[in-house]
Design a protein around this ligand. Structure first.
Ligand SMILES: Cc1cc2nc3c(=O)[nH]c(=O)nc-3n(C[C@H](O)[C@H](O)[C@H](O)COP(=O)(O)OP(=O)(O)OC[C@H]3O[C@@H](n4cnc5c(N)ncnc54)[C@H](O)[C@@H]3O)c2cc1C
Ligand code: SF4
Length: 549
């Protein structure tokens, strides 16, 4: 069957994060007419906020007038932090790009479906080249403290410099130098070297972090892909009388930042790539299955959601002589035991709002006893050391004086996401979490935070949601539409085709079927590279229906 031409686009990609950007670039390269629908805004050095106090330019809650690039969703089992922008999570991410250990391919529903260990290295290599990954050469005071703490805890030999997607100065050169494209063989934009301001998580205002709009998306757009920012996809349905999508799809969008005139638009296409992140793709697919647009999506939707078993702890050193915000956002890490990985994270000077979520570290099993212990600790601190406590809890100076220790465990633990009505708001359904709780208390991590505080001369910290509600925080939500052998076990096959539909793919963190134990973006990128490598170049594509063949 030759390719008819009555469609607006060959492929419509929903979301412009890691999976979406790779898909956009590779499909454009293969000769397809591609559109990328992205509900977030475009960001660059001229409009990124200088600190997190510019809440309206940092946080994403368009109905409240907040049109930033960072979102936080609170569920009963987990608080999920994620990005929302042209370039997806890359605008707010720390730039740490690590490969997981090979045994992640041996567990979970994707095990045995491909020769992952042989295939993936090539795709990781391509992803590393495109994302411009190098070993971090910029260590700040927080990294040296991490190293000293690791030495004092007997795991100093595991200290490593992170691998990052940041344009670093060559040895000895000062940062801030603008040079021709260093990463994309001269096809990319000129870039400026990193000045170690620690601001990666607030978005790089110095053109040094390798965000997707500077690599994959940049090339996709340069070669013809059309990016629609502030455009939210609200419906996807098969058309032309074929319910399996083999005759194309209609994609409906609205303006994500509009209050009243939401400008509904409809586009047609042959093929769709869902790349709206683990949370975004799950939410959209649940809604579309419920309303009957995509009723055949597997009942496994929402299963095997993983939070990388994370715990966010840290330390604050009031009156610290050094500026702990200096360096890059995540400059180094250590392995405190076989399963437990800790990274030193920082916010840029002045970005003190996260202090509102932090409090004194409190040990013990979650529940009322831990809350009581925490209240006692606060009271004792206030009564015994009122001035010290004031300096410990005040927001001002938090980013300069604090280090977050991001603890990730490579042990398995998963939750489910469901589409339910809430008892207090029964008028519509929402995404809600279910299953066993992921532990918020990792004793060895707390021990390490205390040692860190001792070495730094400060106080160990934890986050309020973990203590009060036993809810861990994560920036690394993955799974929910996992790769499997059949719809009985997952939502997509090993080439990312959605079970039950033709010419429909998922390329984002939702397909990951095991706990990676490291930050996931490099794996999402490499998996998307692999998925796109199976799509034939445009002239040869038959738009085949597997049903009809
Ligand atoms: C503060 C922070 C720091 C992080 N640091 C790191 C790090 O150092 N290393 C690392 O590996 N990972 C890091 N992460 C995690 C990383 O950002 C995510 O794992 C990654 O971005 C996920 O990629 P993705 O392709 O699944 O989707 P995303 O990159 O999340 O992109 C999905 C996009 O889809 C859009 N979207 C969603 N729904 C719709 C819709 N209906 N219509 C249109 N568009 C839609 C969203 O706006 C978003 O832009 C960090 C995350 C945060 C929040
Ligand atoms: S440390 Fe500062 S200059 Fe360097 S990449 Fe991060 S935000 Fe950009």
């Amino acid at each position: 069957m030759s390719k008819p031409s009555q469609f607006d686009f060959d492929f419509i990609i929903i979301g412009s994060g890691f999976g979406g950007s790779v898909s956009a670039h590779r499909l454009t390269e293969k000769g397809y007419k591609v559109a990328v629908m992205e509900m977030g805004r475009r960001w660059g050095p001229d409009n990124l906020p200088s600190t997190s106090w510019s809440i309206h330019r940092w946080f994403w809650r368009p109905k409240l007038g907040l049109r930033g690039f960072f979102n936080m969703r609170i569920f009963r089992h987990v608080t999920i932090f994620h990005g929302c922008a042209v370039g997806g999570g890359s605008v707010t991410y720390a730039g740490t790009l690590l490969q997981p250990v090979k045994k992640v391919w041996e567990s979970g529903p994707w095990a045995g479906l491909a020769d992952w260990k042989t295939e993936m290295p090539t795709h990781y290599e391509t992803a590393e080249r495109m994302l411009g990954i190098t070993e971090n050469k910029i260590l700040g005071p927080a990294d040296y403290l991490l190293h000293r703490t690791a030495d004092a805890s007997g795991c100093g030999h595991t200290f490593y410099h992170t691998r990052v997607g940041i344009f670093q100065p060559t040895n000895g050169e000062p940062g801030g130098q603008t040079l021709p494209d260093p990463f994309l063989g001269g096809e990319g934009r000129e870039r400026t070297t990193c000045i170690a301001c620690g601001g990666c998580i607030m978005g790089c205002r110095y053109n040094a972090k390798n965000t997707l709009d500077l690599n994959y998306l940049y090339l996709a757009e340069k070669h013809g892909a059309q990016i629609f920012p502030e455009t939210k996809v609200i419906d996807v349905k098969p058309i032309n009388g074929r319910s399996d999508g083999c005759a194309g799809y209609e994609v409906e969008t609205v303006t994500s930042t509009a209050w009243i005139h939401r400008q509904p638009r409809r586009f047609t296409c042959y093929a769709v790539v869902f790349a709206a992140s683990s949370l975004g793709t799950m939410e959209l697919l649940f809604r579309l299955r419920e309303k009957g647009s995509l009723p055949a999506v597997s009942a496994q939707l929402g299963q095997h959601v993983r939070t990388n078993s994370e715990s966010i702890i840290g330390a604050r050193v009031p009156g610290c002589r050094e500026d702990l915000s200096q360096g890059i956002a995540i400059g180094s890490g250590v392995y405190i035991d076989e399963h437990t990985h800790v990274e030193a994270v920082r916010y840029p000077r002045g970005s003190d709002t996260m202090s509102l979520l932090t409090t004194i570290l409190t040990d013990g099993r979650p529940g009322s006893r831990r809350i009581a212990l925490w209240l006692r600790n606060i009271l004792v601190s206030l009564l015994r050391h009122p001035i010290k406590s004031w300096f410990l809890f005040r927001p001002q100076g938090w980013a300069r004086e604090a280090v977050i220790l991001l603890c990730m465990q490579a042990v398995d633990g998963e939750i489910q996401m469901r589409w339910r009505r809430l008892w207090f708001w029964p008028f519509r359904k929402f995404l809600v979490s279910g299953g066993d709780k992921v532990p918020t208390y990792i004793p060895q991590a707390n021990q390490f935070a205390k040692k860190f505080a001792e070495v730094a001369g400060g106080t160990a910290m934890s986050t309020l949601p973990e203590i009060l509600f036993d809810v861990p925080g994560t920036a690394h939500c993955i799974g929910g539409c996992v790769i499997a052998d059949s719809p009985a076990h997952g939502v997509v096959d090993s080439r990312h085709h959605v079970f039950g539909y033709e010419n429909m793919y998922i390329c984002d963190g939702s397909v990951i079927a095991a706990n990676l134990g490291v930050n996931p973006s490099l794996t999402i990128t490499a998996l998307a590279e692999r998925a796109m490598s199976f799509v034939r170049p445009a002239p040869a594509k038959a738009w085949e229906s597997r049903v009809r063949e």
